[in-house]
Design a binder for this molecule. Structure first.
Ligand code: FES
Length: 526
């Protein structure tokens, strides 16, 4: 099995029974904030795009590059489609000209022509990607590969059960706006960033240990930031709180925990994976490339300046009345929303900075009041500050997912009172009836599910499944004194009270071992 690195989370898998192109991403994403690094735009995409199968793991724009898919990927390719709850991915791909689809039943092995086998695991909680993320398992001639991508399943058992895996490709770096955009003292930001960086690596080691594949390939990031306004997010400034460590950092951190089987793919690197080993050729020595990282970034910044400026020029739509536009898009959804609106539980304020860089229009999305209105000098739970032009653009294009556009762009700042509230972001990625209904239904089921099994961790008896997204706490839970941390997403729980310290809601059921006979401290999950 041949794996060609094509940048970021993208790869081309070649076997004698057919080829699969995964997640080709070349054009900047999220308001021209993210670019693939190392640069993959100079690869021979005319050739790479001539494939038998296309796999797009999910609709995040650093995985689903509509322009590139339209221009460079063969429309004869059969799309291997994850079993997602909405038809958005199929609809978007059809609109680009794809006509052949293989809907892969979730977690079931499908045998394609010539003995090529695939299995796709779709994750479908409202917090997984833009309503859905997925991983692709491939087997040919005894060689097995898992492209886990940036998906975060609770465990990898479903893949491990199919036999020893030879190549495991997974995310290890950051892909979020936290904590950089928060209006916090620099020292706090650095401390939070450092924690996050460590947690990302811890999670990666766990997945690697789960599967024990012969070879581990760090993929799916980090992106690079070429706009001058975002340049500081590149991990080249010696900031220990930077959440975007690159593949060379992965190798050195992996070595510290005993990892010796890491393989970095540059765009154009080719790994020949067999049941007994892997040989890799690179367009340039990997170490040498990353030793010159700053110079590569500076060169890219100059080369892509025109692309960024052209994108920026398309954002302003002065004819749009933003308050009226937000009202008509958001208010009907507030009316439909029960769980998300209740979960947000308070007003969320948007401060929109005008073209002059100074004037500010403040708009409130009032979740309890179910309306969008001018800010009324009230206390708000979350406040976002961004350019008015960005919201104009979102309204102009009818964007249904403001996470997959505004928030991932990092072109905003944020302040909040109290804990992280996942419902805020879940709501703003569901600005369509189809998505909102799905998310509401999911939370409805989730809230009603009774998670009865308990396990003992240290001095505590706790529910086995994490109240966040059901990670098995016998594997991901770490108890330190009276606090439990679930390592899957790093959420913390105060065990005596059962209170989640990371996000509102999500109480955990917990009892001291020596007090099992008494009533549970956290009470039932509800
Ligand atoms: S499943 Fe997300 S923190 Fe536990």
């Amino acid at each position: 099995m041949r794996v060609t690195g094509t940048g970021h989370a993208s790869m081309r898998i070649d076997t004698a029974a057919g080829s699969i192109l995964c997640d080709p991403w070349v054009n900047p994403a999220y308001f021209a904030s993210w670019f693939p690094f190392p640069d993959n735009s100079l690869l021979d995409w005319d050739t790479l795009g001539q494939v038998d199968y296309l796999y797009v793991s999910h609709l995040h724009r650093d995985h689903f590059d509509a322009k590139h898919l339209r221009d460079f990927v063969s429309k004869d390719a059969t799309v291997l489609l994850p079993e997602f709850p909405t038809s958005e991915m199929e609809d978007e791909l059809r609109a680009l000209g794809f006509t052949k689809f293989l809907r892969a039943p979730n977690e079931q092995v499908v045998e394609l022509d010539g003995g090529l086998k695939i299995m796709i695991q779709a994750l479908t909680s409202p917090t997984d990607g833009p309503i859905g993320d997925s991983s692709l398992w491939v087997e040919y001639d005894g060689v097995r590969l898992l492209n886990q991508n940036d998906a975060r399943p609770t465990d990898l058992t479903v893949f491990a059960e199919l036999g020893h895996v030879h190549a495991h490709l997974l995310q290890f770096s950051g892909a979020i706006w936290y904590p950089m955009v928060y209006e916090l003292p620099q020292a706090a930001k650095t401390a939070f960033g450092k924690q996050k960086r460590e947690r990302q690596f811890d999670r990666t080691w766990r997945y690697i240990d789960d599967l024990k594949a012969d070879h581990v390939f760090p993929i799916a990031g980090p992106p690079c930031f070429l706009d001058d306004a975002l340049w500081q997010f590149n991990d080249i400034h010696g900031d220990e709180g930077n959440i975007f460590p690159d593949q060379s950092v992965f190798l050195s951190e992996y070595a510290k925990v005993g990892g010796t089987n890491g393989i970095v793919l540059l765009p154009g690197s080719v790994a020949e994976v067999t049941t007994s080993g892997a040989t890799t050729t690179h367009p340039q020595p990997v170490e040498e490339f990353f030793a010159d990282k700053t110079a590569h970034l500076e060169e890219m910044r100059e080369r892509k300046r025109g692309v960024i400026e052209a994108e920026k020029a398309s954002w302003r739509h002065p004819e749009i009345d933003v308050l009226a536009g937000m009202k008509s898009r958001i208010e009907p959804l507030l009316d439909e929303s029960i769980y998300l609106a209740k979960g947000v539980g308070g007003p969320v304020r948007f401060d929109l900075v005008g073209y002059d860089g100074q004037s500010v229009e403040s708009i409130v999305v009032d979740f309890p009041g179910k309306q969008v209105r001018p800010y009324a000098d009230e206390k708000v739970r979350y406040r976002f500050r961004t350019e008015r032009a960005l919201i104009e653009h979102l309204l102009h294009i009818g964007e249904v997912d403001w996470v997959n556009s505004l928030f991932l762009s990092c072109r905003f700042s944020a302040a909040r009172i109290g804990q992280y509230n996942e419902f805020v972001y879940a709501f703003f990625k569901c600005l369509s009836t189809e998505r909102l209904q799905y998310a509401e239904g999911w939370y409805d089921e989730h809230e009603r599910s009774v998670d009865a099994e308990d396990v003992t961790l240290g001095d505590w008896v706790v529910q086995r499944r994490c109240p966040h997204l059901k990670a098995d706490l016998t594997r991901f839970g770490i108890v330190d004194g009276d606090q439990l941390t679930c390592q899957l997403h790093g959420w913390k729980f105060d065990l005596p009270s059962g209170r989640c310290l990371t996000s509102v809601g999500h109480k955990i059921r917990a009892t001291r071992v020596d007090a099992e006979a008494s009533a549970p401290a956290g009470g039932p999950v509800n």
